[in-house]
Design a protein. Sequence first.
Length: 331
Amino acid sequence: MWVNTKADLLAAGTAQIAGASWNHFVSQSAAGPGAGGDGSVFLNYHGNRVKLSLSKTGSVLLSHRGEGIVSFILNNESHIARLEPAPLHCPEQAYITISGSCIFSCKYCNVPALAGRRKSSDEIVRLIQKQQESGSIRAISLTSGIMYSIEEEEEYVISVITRLRTEFPVLPIGVSIYPTSKSPERLYQAGVCEVKFNLETATDVLLAEMCPESSREKIMSALKTSVQLFGKGHVFSNVILGLGESDQEMEACIYELCAIGVIPIIRPLNPNCTLQAAGYRRPDSKRLLAMHKIMRKALGDAGLDPSLCETMCPRCGGCDLVVGRDDCNDD
């Protein structure tokens, strides 16, 4: 079953790669817990997708035979997969970080330490146009840190969206930023089709510990307003699995989000996290599968289907087990 194979790969999290040149298959992340590091690769396994971070100590060894074909051994079984090019963070999308710096200090995230720069509208347009030449873009997805303030970041992101809506009128645009009270309406009016506002943790207590500048109340308010504007199933929220929450706490969070029409994205803690989170363990495959089972029930009860999403993480599906895709695509 593919869902079991993917759970094992996600639990491993990291891979080494050797063999023929693979550099043009490597994707670099400029946002979130996966920012920095040695990059990552996307494996396409019988039509299914999974993302693995690259590391010299990675637990999965990928042997590149050339032309994107790799072999690897997992649980004493030999597998063959194909590397998917991801020039702008993930396959088939232009997934772009606008501001690569953040004034928050979340323990699980590398972005504040990287102090990256902000991309201009012109640069973003050129990046998308270049990838469009290959015919591989089906959506535009935008994320951003917080360069100066939450309000200023929103203003800048809106200006970028306005430009992109003019340059690429057909492509759906999804956006993930830290929201103000006005973000849902402003993004909707700018022509965005889907939004992602991240709760990050399963509980208030964990959020205060892991990301003290964030407010669960404000994020939940933005999510509820967004469902009214964008519709059920077109609003998402990342929740990191492995920060100390119990299974019961994560289950309660999943049902809370689904009940208001939001699709939870249960993201296993990234092995490339900061030293502040170094004492935490990545969830094993058994726990990932258990959460996936809960997700399947909660989404079904709420009438939500991630396979219908047009942008961002549910569209890609590389980092998580996605209900309606991974459990329906057996190898």
